[in-house]
Design a protein around this ligand. Structure first.
Ligand code: ZN
Length: 391
């Protein structure tokens, strides 16, 4: 009995917190702020989708369906006759609907739980979903409120265990990056990817500290030269960030200058060691000869990141190759490599930092927040040429 009351009380508190958290984002103050929507390509091609939640509008059916217990499923149905086109089947409780396989638009109000393709977990999503026909299935584009989207980005890219001011700085950087993607999407059907090609987004977060960081930074962005700054960020710079123009070429020349940062020392990848067996390089078609081969760096970034290499050994050299190959073969956190040794068929590399090194250093933002610095101070440290725009 006591346990049941405890569970009921606990559940009640959780529900109350959720309602409060979301009202922070949907309340009158939030509504008054500048809001925009963003289109996120959630994943690659899928052939099935399951939906649990409120009434769902399916434009192909031209009607609303109330999802049955266990959810509503939309599936690709292979043609029974050879050569006939595939169709789609909607299953809801005991009811079935069949349509030609087409692009679909799904709309609902409030939160829903959606399972995409073969994914094992449900995603809590708001907004509307465009399923665009691709090959024998669909690619899903979610259209969602910017601030709800950012809650999911903060969860994936930083995590609620980071200090509030670091999360707040991250929210402003991620919002600016997202808006710069919208400005560049042109005639594409989506603005950015939900994976590390853009910013990782899985589902809307309900963590109170993340919602608080978003509420405190609602609509705030970084600008440079009057435009929204493409505010790159990464995990750990390792001591110095990189020039954004030299690294990505898609920002103005002086917009993202390098800065010296020693605030990220607590990062597990401030310094690191990785091993790459000789055989892995040979398997990738690189010649490794002699008793004590070593990498010769042909090209470096101004910070010192390896860019182009060859291997010297036995009086000969391999053909030149991109340092990115090393990153892949050895799961290297970065290419800022500071020393190399070779022993018994294995190269041992020691390096600094994690990620591309441009813009905000997340572990550095954490370090600065723990010293009592505000989000504004953190941002002006990593983006010294940008302005903070408060709507
Ligand atoms: Zn750093």
């Amino acid at each position: 009995m006591g346990l049941k009351i405890g569970i009921a009380l606990g559940l009640g508190i959780v529900l109350l917190l959720l309602a409060q958290g979301l009202s922070l984002l949907f309340g009158p103050k939030a509504r008054a702020a500048e809001r925009s929507r963003i289109r996120v390509r959630l994943c690659r091609e899928i052939r099935a989708l399951r939906f649990e939640g409120p009434e769902l509008w399916i434009d192909g059916l031209r009607r609303y369906l109330q999802p049955a217990t266990g959810g509503l499923a939309i599936l690709v149905e292979e043609a029974k006759k050879e050569g006939a086109p595939p169709g789609l089947r909607i299953e809801n409780g005991g009811q079935e609907y069949r349509l030609p396989l087409a692009s679909l638009h799904l709309q609902w109000k409030g939160p829903a739980r959606i399972r995409l393709g073969k994914e094992k977990t449900w995603r809590r999503l708001f907004g509307s979903l465009q399923l665009l026909r691709r090959g024998g299935g669909w690619v899903p584009n979610l259209r969602i409120d910017m601030e709800l989207y950012l809650s999911g980005v903060l969860h994936e890219e930083m995590g609620a265990h980071f200090p509030l001011e670091a999360l707040r700085a991250q929210a402003i950087a991620a919002r600016s990056y997202a808006l710069s993607c919208i400005a560049r999407s042109g005639s594409r059907s989506f603005d950015l990817y939900g994976d590390d090609r853009s910013q990782v987004f899985h589902e809307v977060s309900e963590e109170p500290r993340i919602l608080e960081a978003i509420r405190l930074s609602l609509g705030q962005t970084l600008t440079y030269g009057g435009s929204t700054l493409r505010a790159y960020y990464h995990s750990t710079c390792g001591g110095r960030t990189r020039d954004g123009y030299l690294r990505f070429r898609d920002v103005p020349r002086d917009a993202l200058p390098p800065v010296v940062c020693d605030f990220c020392k607590a990062s597990p990848l401030y310094r690191w060691t990785r091993k790459i067996p000789k055989k892995a390089l040979q398997g990738a078609g690189i010649a490794v000869r002699g008793e004590t081969p070593g990498f010769e760096v042909l090209q470096r970034s101004p910070r010192g990141d390896w860019e182009r290499l060859r291997i010297k050994g036995g009086g000969r050299t391999s053909a030149p190759f991109s340092a990115r190959l090393l990153r892949k073969l050895g799961s290297l956190p970065s290419l800022w490599i500071q020393s190399q040794t070779y022993r018994k068929g294995v190269f041992v590399l020691r390096g600094r930092g994690f990620g591309h090194g441009v813009g905000l250093c997340q572990w550095g933002a954490r370090g600065q927040a723990l010293l009592g610095r505000s989000a504004k101070e953190i941002l002006s440290f990593y983006f010294p040429r940008a302005k903070l725009r408060i709507p």
